[in-house]
Design a protein around this ligand. Structure first.
Ligand code: 13P
Length: 248
């Protein structure tokens, strides 16, 4: 039985005041803990959010580096996140893959480092519009996952939530249909069963991301292999609470 999981990825949005308001709103929402809720503010606001957010809601960074410390200007290490009591990190987001040079291998190495330090990882995979049109959706998602599978051990998967985020659905308003998302989620789960283990395939949460909002979340949430969401734009709005409650 997989616990429903909803992540809010604020991306590079917000101010001290705006984020404080968002967290207040979330704190007052009466979340019952049936769904695991994790918010990922820009790194400069992580400590502020950690201090204000009421558990059991948790906090994620949007990225981290591989090394523990050193001359890596602008980076944050997994051990620094742990030191700040941050529980999660998002890795492999398509915006980092496409704009900031995160290769499959780099994402896998970051995942390994994060897990080794005790962080939990929201690992993102997804195909572009072009790749879907070429009918290589699963090939692309499997390639991204394979890099991680060969870098970590079976037991590590327990600390990973897999986010399927088709690039064509991110920030576009073009949400995947429940059938489209379910199909890829089921394929990813089957792939994990063959490549890693049936236990991992059965227990891992596979969440969907890409233009999820307060209106479309309910139907997506009912699909058997959709175990939650990674929400961008709508996580900055009051409707994020509705998404957090979509499986109730
Ligand atoms: P949107 O919800 O804005 O489409 O973004 C999805 C996403 O990239 C979450 O990580």
């Amino acid at each position: 039985n997989r616990k429903f999981f909803v992540g809010g990825n604020f991306k590079m949005n917000g101010t001290v005041d705006m984020i404080s308001e968002l967290i207040n709103h979330l704190n007052k929402a009466g979340l019952d803990g049936k769904t695991e809720v994790v918010v990922a503010p820009p790194s400069i606001y992580l400590l502020q959010v950690k201090e204000k957010l009421t558990p059991p809601a948790q906090v994620a960074a949007q990225n981290c580096y591989t090394a523990d410390s050193g001359a890596y200007t602008g980076e944050i290490s997994p051990s620094q996140l742990v030191d700040a009591n941050i529980e999660w990190v998002i890795l492999g987001h398509s915006e980092r893959r496409s704009m900031f040079g995160d290769t499959d291998k780099f994402v896998a190495d970051k995942t390994k480092a994060a897990l080794a330090n005790g962080l939990k990882v929201i690992l993102c995979v997804g195909e572009t519009k072009e790749e879907r049109e070429k009918d290589i959706t699963m090939e692309v998602n499997e390639r991204q996952l394979e890099a991680v599978a060969r870098t970590i051990e079976e037991k590590d998967w327990e600390h990973i939530v897999l986010a399927y985020e088709p690039v064509w659905a991110i920030g576009t308003g073009l949400v995947a249909s429940p059938e489209q998302a379910q199909e890829v989620h089921a394929d990813l789960r089957q792939w994990l069963g063959q490549r890693v283990s049936q236990k991992v395939a059965d227990s891992i949460r596979i969440i969907y991301g890409g233009s999820v909002n307060g209106k479309n979340c309910k139907e997506l949430a009912q699909q058997p292999d959709i175990d939650g969401f990674l929400v961008g734009g709508a996580s900055l709005k009051p409707e994020f609470v509705d998404i957090c409650k979509s499986a109730d």
